[in-house]
Design a protein around this ligand. Structure first.
Ligand code: CUA
Length: 169
């Protein structure tokens, strides 16, 4: 069977495109630090996250290594902390967010950053980030969670390390 030269060229080009498309999907799924929500952050009682030690007093804590841990509970239609008072974290420091839900599935997205996760009842979403610059980031709930979904928001305030204080309670 005789295949025309241009026909062969198109076949090769089409094959290369398919390989390239599969490549972009694989990179999108596995590269660039993309990860599915799993239970690596642990689990809590979905009916009462505060029954778990780490979520008894949600808030901002420093570890012995000087890293910062932030525990947040999302509920219709507030992030606590985050909504009624901003979450204050230092710049140029490793900050790990542990986020869980006390009712339905919510979202936790820090606008202008790559911090973005689903918040699933019973599961603790864990995200580590280091902010290079100071400034405010809006927390956006991006999973429809009820009639107040569009009002569910909060603030993360990144301050210079010298201004960062942990309120011990
Ligand atoms: Cu919470 Cu939408």
């Amino acid at each position: 069977m005789e295949i025309h030269r241009f026909e062969k060229l198109w076949l090769v080009a089409a094959l290369l495109l398919i390989v390239a498309f599969i490549g972009t999907i694989v990179y999108g799924a596995l590269g660039a630090g993309v990860a599915m929500v799993d239970d690596s952050g642990g689990t809590v009682d979905p009916d009462d996250p505060t029954a778990s030690d780490n979520f008894r007093e949600p808030g901002v804590y420093t570890t012995d290594d000087g890293d910062v841990e932030v525990y947040v509970i999302a509920r219709q239609y507030l992030f606590s902390p985050g909504s009624t008072e901003p979450i204050q974290v230092p710049a140029n420091t490793e900050v790990t967010f542990y986020v869980t839900s006390g009712d339905v599935t919510h979202g936790f997205n820090l606008a202008g950053t790559n911090v973005n996760t689903m918040v699933i009842p019973g599961q603790v979403a864990e995200i580590t980030v280091e902010f290079d610059e100071t400034g405010d980031h809006h927390i956006v709930c991006h999973e429809y969670c009820g009639v107040g979904h569009h009002d569910m928001r909060g603030t993360v305030d990144v301050v210079p390390q010298s201004q960062f204080e942990v309120s011990d309670e």
